[in-house]
Design a protein around this ligand. Structure first.
Ligand code: P1T
Length: 387
């Protein structure tokens, strides 16, 4: 279940629509059925059609797992009830005393999971600058067993050289987990760059419509996959069949949505770059952006997320997020509708006072797929209303 071997050499968009999905043999239905059954009949003990009980495996989930694994170029895919459930599951491959290195910019919930749930259980962690490979090599804690990296990061959009970090980590005996939520497999395939595990919040671009919470792990190593499969079933944080259907449906349009997210983001960046109220624009395509070279090397485009700091500090940032009309003030990202938020008070509030604290003048945009002109006009009016 959830295993993918690319026998046909299909392109990305073809796999997004078809991998793991073929017309239902009983009815001819073109769309993968939502199989609600929790249990599956056995002809004799242990003699079944591949499914026994829906926590262990479910046909709708298997279709999703096969499809997203194929997009990541992975042999194995595992779907979870949320991005954090997927993250929690991968951390369970560690043993007490194993150190986790976390990039010094990451989703606040990932920081919270590692520092407030796993650390008290005996898993030390350190926040590190993953953009400086020489410093990382020189200061490498010898008990490190896992490096957790996001690229681009949430919310500063710093890009990390996956190949360089993976080479160092493997030389020192540590696994590399890449959170590919912001880039998506359409723009970046971390396993091909040496990562061991890819993690997703499927709630974001994979689902793409702000109507489902989900998570995903993709990987190639068979032994590691056996451990993940075991804990997926044993700890049981699996998604419902309907949620799997929603993510599967979203994934079919991932490529076309990402193209529009990227071009709309560029239009928004052009507005922000010239604006007197804006201090710094953070977007991986900009030549002076931290990790621009890594992004140019490992991504096929630069994504739909844009962050910026305001010259007027936190007050100005809070005013802008209140002033937009089309950009909705809300947490989350990666869906068709544009969102705006204040990371310091919202998504990254749990990182306050930590090495992952974000600037209070920061605004984060998830640029949707609406008409670019309307998005630019909305931001322009929101900025113009500042005094
Ligand atoms: O929300 P959940 O599906 O559990 O995924 C957590 C998660 C993991 N990784 C990244 C990079 C994320 O951005 C998230 C969730 N992020 C938000 C809700 C947000 O607004 O940033």
């Amino acid at each position: 279940m959830g295993e993918f071997v690319d026998q046909l050499g299909w392109g990305f968009e073809t796999r997004a629509v078809h991998a793991g999905q073929s017309p239902d043999p009983t009815s001819g239905a073109v769309v993968t059925p939502i199989t609600l059954s929790t249990t599956f009949v056995q002809d004799g003990v242990g003699n079944h059609k591949g499914f026994e009980y829906s926590r262990s495996g479910n046909p709708t989930r298997a279709a999703l797992e096969t499809c997203v694994a194929s997009l990541e170029g992975a042999r194995h895919g595992f779907a979870f009830a949320s991005g954090l459930a997927a993250e929690d599951n991968v951390l369970r491959v560690l043993h007490q005393g194993d150190r986790i290195l976390l990039g010094n910019d990451a989703y606040g919930g990932t920081f919270r999971l590692i520092s407030k749930v796993w650390s008290p259980l005996g898993f030390p962690w350190s926040a590190v600058d993953l953009t400086d490979i020489d410093a990382l090599a020189a200061n490498w804690p010898t008990d490190t067993k896992l490096v957790w990296l996001e690229t681009p990061t949430n919310p500063l959009l710093t890009c990390i050289d996956i190949e360089a970090v993976a080479a160092l980590a493997h030389e020192r005996g540590a696994l590399v987990v890449v959170d590919n939520t912001f880039a998506t497999p359409f723009l970046q395939q971390p396993l091909s760059l040496g990562a061991d595990v890819v993690v997703h919040s499927a709630t974001k671009y994979l689902g793409g419509h702000s109507d489902v919470v989900g998570g995903f792990l993709a990987l190639n190593d068979d032994t590691l996959a056996d451990r993940i499969r075991f804990t997926q079933n044993a700890a049981g944080a699996v998604p419902a069949p309907f949620d799997c259907y929603l993510v599967l449906r979203g994934v079919k349009t991932l490529g076309v949505r990402m193209d529009r997210h990227c071009s709309n983001a560029r239009a928004v960046v052009d507005l922000l770059l010239g604006h007197p109220a804006v201090d710094r624009v953070l977007y991986p395509q900009l030549p002076d952006h931290p990790g621009h070279a890594a992004a140019a090397k490992q991504m096929s485009d630069f994504g739909g997320m844009v962050s910026f700091t305001m010259r007027g500090g936190e007050a100005a940032a809070l005013a802008v997020v209140n002033n937009t009309e089309l950009f909705a003030l809300a947490e989350s990202l990666g869906a068709v509708e544009s969102l705006i938020e204040h990371p310091g008070r919202m998504t990254h509030a749990s990182a306050a006072g930590s090495p992952l604290q974000v600037p209070d003048s920061l605004v984060r945009l998830s640029v949707g797929i609406e008409s670019a002109n309307d998005l630019v006009a909305d931001l322009a009016q929101a900025l113009a209303r500042l005094d």
